[in-house]
Ligand binder design. Structure first.
Ligand SMILES: O=P(O)(O)OC[C@H]1O[C@@H](O)[C@H](O)[C@@H]1O
Length: 159
């Protein structure tokens, strides 16, 4: 632990999220987990978590993908999407999340672990349905990732 002399305010925590795409039956899909704990217990979320002391953000994204979804993705297959810092995005307090995006072919098998009780590939269009409870600002993150990668923006479907 670095002694900051008490002069640096501790204002928040640093997290990562991973948007991993595939095509499943020709349909653009994204890897999601079901949260096993609060906040947003049982909601759909992106694989993600807090960055450990001394850990690089991209390595944390790779680690969370493995821990929460049982999928091994090389760091150089992930691209940085951006920083998500809107106040209130996490009910626990100020959490800044760096999001990454990537693509894997063939919808490899995934399995929930760690903070996730399940993992699956979910059609992007389905994730945008208002009927699905999505944790944090993860629906917006997926929308931004689709736009960055494919150049179109999925619209939220109201039932
Ligand atoms: O999954 P835990 O460890 O509870 O918290 C990490 C999550 O907290 C959120 O702000 C981030 O978007 C990230 O997904």
């Amino acid at each position: 632990m670095v002694d900051n002399g008490g002069s640096w305010p501790v204002t928040g925590r640093f997290a990562v999220d991973a948007v991993l795409f595939t095509k499943l039956g020709g349909v653009l899909s994204v890897l999601v987990v079901k949260r096993a704990k609060e906040p947003f217990r049982t909601a759909v979320a992106l694989p993600g978590g807090f960055v450990e002391p001394g850990e690089r953000a991209a390595d944390a994204a790779v680690r969370e993908l493995a821990e929460e979804a049982g999928i091994v993705v090389r760091r150089d297959r992930l691209r940085r999407l951006g920083c998500y810092r809107r106040p209130g995005r996490d009910p626990r307090g100020q959490v800044v999340s760096v999001a990454y995006h990537g693509y894997v072919s063939g919808a490899p098998p995934v399995v929930g672990g760690s903070d996730a009780c399940a993992a699956r590939w979910l059609a992007v269009a389905e994730l945008q349905s208002a009927d699905i409870r999505v944790a944090f600002d993860h629906r917006d993150i997926v929308s931004d990732a689709v736009f960055r990668r494919f150049g179109w923006r999925p619209s939220v479907l109201r039932s």
